[in-house]
Design a protein around this ligand. Structure first.
Ligand SMILES: Cc1cc2nc3c(=O)[nH]c(=O)nc-3n(C[C@H](O)[C@H](O)[C@H](O)COP(=O)(O)O)c2cc1C
Length: 347
C-alpha cells in the first residue's frame, strides 16, 4: 500500500493514542513485526509553532519506527501549514491531522472532531497544509459529529480534493465517544467512493478481526486499544493474512515487553546518528528533579490498565502497579507476576 510516495510494507497500523503511543511503545510494537505504519500521539500545532519543548517531546521518534506519521491538531490553516512544515523538517514521513478528538478541551478550539462540523473550513486547513509541504498530508476523522451529521463520506471527498493523500476513519461519532460499536459499513462506503487510500479504525481486538476488516475494501486497518492489550496483534494479523499460524505469546514474553518498555522509557542514550534528539532521560540528578521516575511509573500504570485485561490475575497486577512508588518496585512486580520470581521489595 502507498500513501503518496510512502510505501507501507503492511496494511496494519498502530493507531494514534494520546498518552499511550509514545516512541518507546511504538518501537517495541514495531519490533514484533507486522506493523506498516506508526502514528504519534496528537501534537499541538500551536505548541510546535511556538517551539514548546514538551510539545516537541510528543513528536519524538526514532529511525526504526519508520515510516512514521506525526499527528497534529489545530484549526487555524496558517498555523497548521506552519506546523506541517515543522513536522516535515523533523523528517517525518507523513503529517496526519486529527479530526476525530471529541474531548471538549480540543474540540472547543475548532480542532479535533469540531472540524467535521465545518467541512469547508476543514478542507481549507488541508489545502493550506498540502501546499506547504511535500510529504503526504493525511486526515483521521470519525463517522461524524453525531448521528444527525454522519458526514465522513462528504468530508473524505472534500479533503481528497483539497490534497489529502489518505484518510483514516474511526467509525463512531464524537457524541458516541467510545460507546456503541464502530460503523464499518460507513468506512467501507467511503473506501468505495474516494480515490485515495482509506484506513478503517475501531474495535479490532483480535488478530482475526483485523484481517477480516481488511476484506471490507479498506486499504489498511488501524488498531488502537487492541495493541495496548496485546502488542503482538499486528504481527499475528500479518501471520494470518499470510496463511501462517499466528505466533503464540507466552506469559514471560509479556513480562519481557513491560521490562523493555521500562528500559526504553529510562533510556538516556542520545542517538546522534539519527539526526533528531531522543533524550528521553537526562542525567540521574535531572531525572529526579524532573520527576521522570514518576513519569515512568505513570506510563506503566496507564499501559497496565489495558495490558492486564484478559490476563489471569490481571486486576492484581493493576492494583500492584498502581501502588508502586519506584521503578525498582515496578520491575519487581513484573518479575513476580510474569516470571514467578519472589519480590525483593516485598521480602
Ligand atoms: C487512550 C486513547 C487515546 C487516543 N488518542 C488519539 C489521538 O491522539 N488521536 C487520534 O486520532 N485518535 C486517538 N484515539 C482514537 C484511536 O486512534 C482509535 O481510532 C480508536 O480508539 C478506535 O480504535 P480501537 O477500537 O482499535 O481502539 C485514542 C484512543 C484511545 C483509546
Amino acid at each position: 500500500m502507498k500513501i503518496g510516495n510512502v510505501t507501507l510494507e503492511s496494511p496494519f497500523v498502530v493507531a494514534p493514542m494520546a498518552g499511550m503511543t509514545d516512541t518507546a511503545f511504538r518501537r517495541l510494537v514495531k519490533r514484533q513485526g507486522g506493523c506498516g505504519l506508526v502514528v504519534t500521539e496528537m501534537v499541538s500545532s500551536e505548541g510546535l509553532v511556538r517551539g514548546i519543548d514538551r510539545t516537541l517531546e510528543y513528536a519524538e521518534y526514532t529511525e526504526e519506527e519508520r515510516p512514521v506519521a506525526i499527528q497534529i491538531f489545530g484549526g487555524d490553516p496558517v498555523k497548521m501549514a506552519a506546523a506541517a512544515r515543522i513536522v516535515e523538517g523533523l523528517g517525518a514521513d507523513i503529517v496526519d491531522v486529527n479530526m476525530g478528538c471529541p474531548v471538549p478541551k480540543i474540540a472547543k478550539h475548532n480542532a479535533g472532531c469540531s472540524l467535521m462540523r465545518e467541512p469547508e473550513h476543514a478542507a481549507t486547513v488541508i489545502e493550506a497544509m498540502a501546499r506547504a509541504v511535500k510529504i503526504p498530508v493525511t486526515v483521521k476523522m470519525r463517522a461524524g459529529w453525531n448521528d444527525r451529521a454522519r458526514n465522513a463520506p462528504t468530508l473524505a471527498r472534500m479533503v481528497e480534493d483539497a490534497g489529502a493523500a489518505a484518510v483514516s476513519i474511526h467509525g463512531r461519532t464524537a457524541e458516541q465517544s467510545y460507546s456503541g460499536t464502530a460503523d464499518w459499513d460507513l468506512v467501507a462506503r467511503v473506501a468505495a467512493e474516494v480515490g485515495i487510500p482509506v484506513l478503517g479504525s475501531g474495535d479490532c481486538v483480535e488478530p482475526l478481526q483485523v484481517v477480516e476488516r481488511l476484506q471490507s475494501g479498506v486499504s489498511g486497518v488501524l488498531v488502537g486499544r487492541g495493541v495496548l492489550r496485546s502488542p503482538w496483534i499486528l504481527a499475528q494479523a500479518a501471520d494470518l493474512a499470510a496463511g501462517r499460524r499466528p505466533r503464540e505469546v507466552g506469559l514471560r514474553e509479556r513480562g519481557q515487553f513491560l521490562l523493555e518498555y521500562i528500559e526504553l522509557l529510562l533510556d538516556e542514550r542520545v542517538d546522534e546518528a539519527e539526526g533528531f534528539r531522543h533524550v528521553l532521560m537526562p542525567s540521574p540528578a535531572e531525572r529526579e528533579a524532573r520527576g521522570r521516575e514518576r513519569w515512568v511509573i505513570n506510563k506503566l500504570r496507564a499501559l497496565c490498565a489495558w495490558y492486564s485485561k484478559g490476563l489471569d490475575g490481571g486486576s492484581r497486577l493493576r492494583v500492584r502497579v498502581n501502588a508502586a512508588s519506584s521503578v525498582i518496585e515496578l520491575r519487581d512486580i513484573v518479575d513476580e507476576f510474569f516470571f514467578d520470581v519472589p519480590s525483593a521489595v516485598g521480602a
